[in-house]
Design a protein around this ligand. Structure first.
Ligand code: ADP
Length: 331
């Protein structure tokens, strides 16, 4: 089990109100990702759930039990940190078994759990090695193994991949996703990286200044962002925003259109935005074309197929797909 419910959870540090009051439900077995810019309160929220910080208000329920005042160790959650401290003189087996030895479990039970964690993490062949004989990714897996053996109600990950190089990050991202599919245990994962959020989450929780801007599946957030912040945060390259004033409507508004929802033509097209290519970024599969001089305030980014010939200085005409235009109140 691992259903986690936050009711009006608030956190202040002195005078600073980091989390005003927030409601959130994470279902049993769900992979929830907290994402948002640096300082928005992601880690604080995770630490409140873990019990590493006390709430300033509200309640935290874990499997229907009020855990608000529970000591961290009693919550049945396992935290996996960014920097993984393994004991260098111990074998992988002993490192993974460590929390169970501390808890005083018997030998047979410890061995059963270590074997099962090692199997889930493809570490079975490495159990007799020491951390110094492992790659960075394998060491990260041992750290996760140490959390798995405790058979927690949920795993909490605080930016676990931010110390790894780009290639390793992608590999570990897939491994954690696969691990979730295998274990089906609730996971809460903190990251500032929207690609990690999109690729790993069942539910993305977008935070800004301690508030939930939107919570939903990756595709819900992508297709139907509730506001301009979410629209700009989810998706890469970023959604294009065009400011406007609407007759008969008070106040300014903005429209948003994603780079893949704009057609690019080299011939004049009726009603199109005419502009000049600044930079065309060729990624192979796709090309990101940044278009200036359209008469709009912002550079417009268009995503076209990698085959599309396009270069600096080309004159182009852009037509947004009518049914893919989002409307937002101006900021
Ligand atoms: P994130 O994980 O999204 O980068 P944090 O949760 O670490 O954000 O921090 C949110 C805000 O709370 C920041 O403004 C940070 O400076 C502040 N904060 C975090 N921990 C403490 C603390 N122990 N004391 C005072 N302020 C803190």
């Amino acid at each position: 089990m691992g259903r986690i419910v936050l009711e009006q959870v608030a956190k202040r540090f002195g005078d600073a109100e980091v989390i005003p009051a927030l409601d959130l439900e994470i279902e049993d077995g769900e992979f929830a990702v907290f994402v948002g810019p640096s300082g928005c309160g992601k880690s604080t929220l995770l630490r409140l759930i873990a019990g590493l910080e006390d709430v300033s208000g509200g309640r935290i329920l874990i499997d229907d039990a009020d855990a608000t005042q529970m000591a961290p160790a009693r919550r049945g959650l396992a935290m996996v940190f960014q920097s993984y401290a393994l004991y260098p003189h111990m074998t992988v087996r002993k490192n993974i078994a460590f929390p169970l030895r501390m808890a005083g479990l018997d030998k047979a039970e410890i061995e059963r759990r270590v074997q099962s964690a090692a199997a889930a993490l493809n570490l079975t062949d490495y159990l007799d090695r020491r951390p110094g004989q492992l790659s960075g990714g394998q060491r990260q897996r041992v750290a996760i193994g140490r959390a798995i053996v405790r058979e927690p109600a949920a795993f909490l990950f605080d930016e676990p991949l931010s110390n790894l190089d780009a290639a390793l990050r992608v590999g570990m991202r897939l491994e954690i996703s696969e691990l979730h599919k295998r274990l089906r245990t609730t996971m809460i994962y903190v990251t500032h990286d929207q690609v990690e959020a999109m690729t790993m989450a069942d539910k993305i929780v977008v935070l800004q200044a301690g508030r939930i801007e939107q919570a939903g599946s990756p595709l819900e957030l992508y297709r139907a962002p509730r506001n301009r912040f979410v629209a700009g945060f989810i998706g890469s390259p970023r959604m294009n925003f065009i400011e406007g004033e609407e007759a008969g409507r008070r106040g300014a508004f903005a429209i948003g259109v994603r780079p893949e929802d704009i057609a690019l033509s080299r011939e004049p097209a009726p009603g199109a935005w005419e502009g000049v290519v600044g930079v065309a970024e060729h990624l192979g599969s796709d090309t990101f074309v940044h278009v200036h001089e359209t008469g709009l305030a912002e550079t417009i980014t268009v995503r076209v197929s990698g085959e599309t010939p396009c270069a600096h200085g080309d004159r182009v005409w852009l037509t947004p797909r009518e049914d893919a235009i989002h409307r937002f109140d101006a900021e």
